[in-house]
Design a protein around this ligand. Structure first.
Ligand code: ATR
Length: 279
């Protein structure tokens, strides 16, 4: 238990519910590692209260907050300023308070890229196939498109993919049952659906059709090794687990609120993973 001073820096995670969030553990690890006079706390806020609660946190002296489900789109709307990452994603996961202003960004796409790079994967090495059309799919598709990557997307509900394609010019859509057929031309396969999550059925896709040099990335991190990643590894296909994206997306917020550029390393990964395994 850290004892705070009267000038401690404060941040936290807003969500509803928020009790499953690993962010307090993740930021808490860094606060302790760097001996920072600060705290990062869970902030359960009901949707109807979100705008007033965030203004209240700012007035109470918080340096900023992370935003998770279901507030990411609402957070975009209450910002005084948003950066390019937030505009592209249409949602915000990091708020920084400064001079009475709420400044929003979305670090999910950056976190996704940094995690790939940490695994030695160049995200722009070739075309990408994304499965899913939710908020995470949008963040990943948007950031890959911004790098000039050719992106194809398949979602079970075609209308949802079409809505996304209207927001992200350049996205190519295919039907969900065409994913096997589309796989061979891609350097990167990304699962952003909830398939493969503990309690859900696995992603079904014929990895044997994958091109040489294919990388398979999952954004699901419970379990750490999803059936899709296990199937990739069994075929000597490079597999990138989703936990790294969670760790990296936290970096820009921590830096902005606490003034230290925190390292994502094996000790952090093990600390957060231990909590996932215990759950
Ligand atoms: P998020 O915003 O966090 O990405 P989401 O909005 O709940 O999450 O999206 C979940 C994704 O998983 C969607 O793309 C969903 O497909 P639909 O748009 O058709 O609902 C996908 N998904 C969930 N269960 C699925 C299943 N059994 N088969 C195929 N896709 C599934």
């Amino acid at each position: 238990m850290t004892i705070l001073s009267g000038t401690a820096r404060l941040a936290g995670i807003t969500g509803w519910p928020v009790r499953h969030s690993r962010s307090p553990r993740l930021h808490g690890f860094w606060l302790e590692r760097y001996g920072i006079d600060g705290a990062y706390v869970p902030l359960p806020i009901a949707p109807a209260d979100f705008p007033a609660a965030v203004r209240g946190l700012m007035l109470a002296g918080f340096a900023g907050v992370n935003v998770t489900i279901p507030h990411k789109v609402a957070a975009f709307a209450i910002c005084d300023e948003v950066d390019e990452s937030a505009r592209r994603a249409g949602a915000v996961n990091t708020l920084v308070f400064g001079n009475g202003k709420i400044i929003g960004s979305n670090t999910d796409g950056w976190g996704f890229l940094e995690n790939l790079r940490a695994h030695g994967v160049d995200p722009a090495a070739g075309p990408a196939l994304i499965l899913g059309a939710g908020g995470a799919a949008r963040a990943v598709a948007a950031v890959l498109l911004s790098l000039g990557v050719r992106v194809t997307l398949a979602n079970r509900t075609r209308a949802r993919a079409e809505a996304l394609a209207r927001e992200l010019p350049g996205l190519t859509l295919i039907d969900w049952d065409q994913r096997d057929h589309a796989l061979p031309g891609n350097a990167l396969l990304v699962n952003t659906t909830s398939l493969g999550m503990a309690g859900h059925s696995p992603v079904e896709i014929g990895l044997d059709r994958g091109a040489r040099g294919l990388t398979v990335a999952d954004i699901v991190y419970v379990p750490l090794e999803t059936p899709l990643l296990a199937a990739a590894r069994a075929r000597q296909i490079r597999a990138v687990e989703g936990l790294g994206m969670l760790l990296y997306q936290a970096v820009p917020g921590f830096r902005a609120w606490f003034g230290v550029d925190p390292a994502v390393d094996e000790a952090l990964r093990r600390f957060v993973a231990a909590d996932l395994l215990a759950a």
